[in-house]
Write a protein that binds this ligand. Structure first.
Ligand code: F6P
Length: 367
C-alpha cells in the first residue's frame, strides 16, 4: 500500500503558544484521516537536512492525552532553528536534499510554523517545488511574539508575551512610586513596536518609545519634567528594543549598524537612561525582561488562535489550497498567498487610532 504522510516543523524564536499550534496541526490532520503518519522535523528545516525526524503518530498512538498536554505545555516540543535557505538559483543543493527526503518519507504535505524568516522558507520551498513539478503541498502558519508578519491581523505568541511584558511594568510600579524614580522597561519586538505599544498601554507606562516613531530625547525629558511639575514623582518608560532616536533615524542602514556596533551600551534603553540621568539629574533604572517574554504558559487567546490556525491549515491542505500562509483576518482564518507576505514587515502606523488615543490620555511617544 502506498504511504501518504505529512510533516510539521517549528522555526524561529519560540513563543509560549507554539506547542498549541503543533497540537492544532496534529489534531486537524488526524481528524481528516488523510495521512497515515505525521512526522515532526527536529529543529526546523535542519531536521530534514540532518534526517532528525520524529514519528509523531507513533508517539501519540494510544495516548490521546499527550496531545492535550502538548497544547498546554510551553516550550518548543520540536525545537527550532534560525536557518535561512539560500536562494535556489544560487545554490539548490539543500532543496534537492529536502525534496529527496519528502520522497523517501512519502511526504505529501509540509506545515512550517514560524515567523518572517520561516515564511520566506515556505515561499522558497513552494517555488522550488513548483519548478521541479513536485506535488508536495506546503503551507505556513504564522507565529511570533513580535506580531510583525504581514497579511495577518495577529500572530500567536503575541498576546501571551504582552501579558509578561505588562506584568513586568506592573511590578516596576511599586519601586518606581516609592523611590520616585524613572524606570525604563525594555520590551522585545525586534524592528517593530507592537509588543511595546500594547504592554506599555496595558501596564500604564507614561512614555512609550517605538521604532516606528523616532524619539527626540529632549521631548522625553520634557515629558518627565511635566510629570514632576504635576506632582507625579515617578515615570515609567516602555522602550522597544528597536527604538531609535530622530538623529539615528537619519542615518543610512550601514551608518546605523556601525553606530550600534560601536555603542558602549548593551542596548538602546541604557543609552536613553544615561541621557535622562544627565539631563534631569534623576536616578534611572533599566529592567529588561528579555527572553522571559517568550516563556511561561500560553494565554487562552493564544491557545484558541493556535487551535484555529492549526486546524485551518490542515483543512486548507485537504481543500487543495497550499503555497500560502494561514492568516487570521477579521476573526476569520484565510489562506494568504506567500508572495504577499514574505519579505514584508507589519509595522505600527504612527497615525493609527490607538496611538492617537494613547496620546490623548497623556502618554508621550517622545515625538
Ligand atoms: O523574533 C522574536 C524575538 O524574540 C525578537 O523579539 C527578538 O529581537 C529576537 O527574537 C531575539 O532573538 P534571539 O532569541 O536569537 O536572541
Amino acid at each position: 500500500m502506498n504511504q501518504k504522510n505529512c510533516m510539521v516543523a517549528q522555526s524561529g524564536g519560540p513563543t509560549v503558544a507554539i506547542n498549541a499550534s503543533l497540537a492544532g496541526v496534529i489534531d486537524g490532520v488526524s481528524a481528516s484521516s488523510m495521512y497515515d503518519t505525521v512526522y515532526g522535523s527536529l529543529n526546523g528545516i535542519t531536521g530534514i537536512l540532518n534526517d532528525d525526524l520524529l514519528n509523531l503518530t507513533e508517539l501519540m498512538d494510544g495516548h490521546p492525552e499527550y496531545l492535550s498536554r502538548l497544547a498546554q505545555t510551553p516550550a518548543m516540543y520540536l525545537g527550532s532553528c534560525r536557518y535561512k535557505l539560500p536562494h535556489y538559483l544560487d545554490d539548490d543543493s539543500p532543496y534537492v536534499f529536502i525534496f529527496k527526503q519528502f520522497e523517501t518519507y512519502h511526504i505529501e504535505a509540509f506545515f512550517y510554523i514560524g515567523g518572517n524568516d520561516s515564511m520566506d522558507t515556505v515561499l522558497k520551498l513552494s517555488e522550488y517545488g513548483k519548478r521541479i513539478g513536485s506535488s508536495v503541498r506546503i503551507i505556513g502558519i504564522p507565529k511570533t511574539i513580535d506580531n510583525d508578519i504581514y497579511g495577518t491581523d495577529v500572530t500567536f505568541g503575541f498576546q501571551s508575551a504582552i501579558n509578561i511584558a505588562t506584568e513586568t511594568i506592573d511590578c516596576i510600579h511599586t519601586t518606581a512610586a516609592s523611590h520616585n524614580r524613572v524606570f525604563i522597561v525594555e520590551v522585545m519586538g525586534h524592528k517593530v513596536g507592537w509588543l511595546t505599544l500594547y504592554a506599555g498601554v496595558a501596564g500604564g507606562a507614561d512614555i512609550i518609545l517605538l521604532p516606528e516613531i523616532p524619539y527626540d530625547i529632549d521631548k522625553v525629558v520634557d515629558a518627565i519634567h511635566k510629570r514632576t511639575k504635576d506632582g507625579k514623582g515617578f515615570t515609567i518608560l516602555a522602550v522597544a528594543e528597536g527604538a531609535i532616536s530622530k538623529d539615528d533615524a537619519q542615518l543610512t542602514k550601514k551608518q546605523y549598524k556601525a553606530k550600534v556596533a560601536s555603542r558602549r551600551y548593551p542596548s538602546v534603553s541604557y543609552e536613553i537612561a544615561d541621557q535622562i540621568q544627565e539631563k534631569c539629574g534623576v536616578e534611572v533604572r533599566v529592567a529588561v525582561p528579555g527572553h522571559t517574554q517568550r516563556g511561561g504558559s500560553p494565554c487562552p487567546y493564544d491557545r484558541v488562535l493556535c487551535t484555529r490556525l492549526g486546524s485551518a491549515a490542515a483543512q486548507a491542505i485537504m481543500d487543495g489550497k497550499f503555497g500560502c500562509m494561514i492568516a487570521m483576518i477579521n476573526n476569520k482564518t484565510k489562506c494568504v498567498p506567500l508572495g504577499e507576505v514574505a519579505g514584508k514587515l507589519k509595522t505600527v502606523d504612527p497615525d493609527s487610532q490607538m496611538i492617537q488615543e494613547a496620546k490623548r490620555i497623556g502618554i508621550s511617544f517622545g515625538d
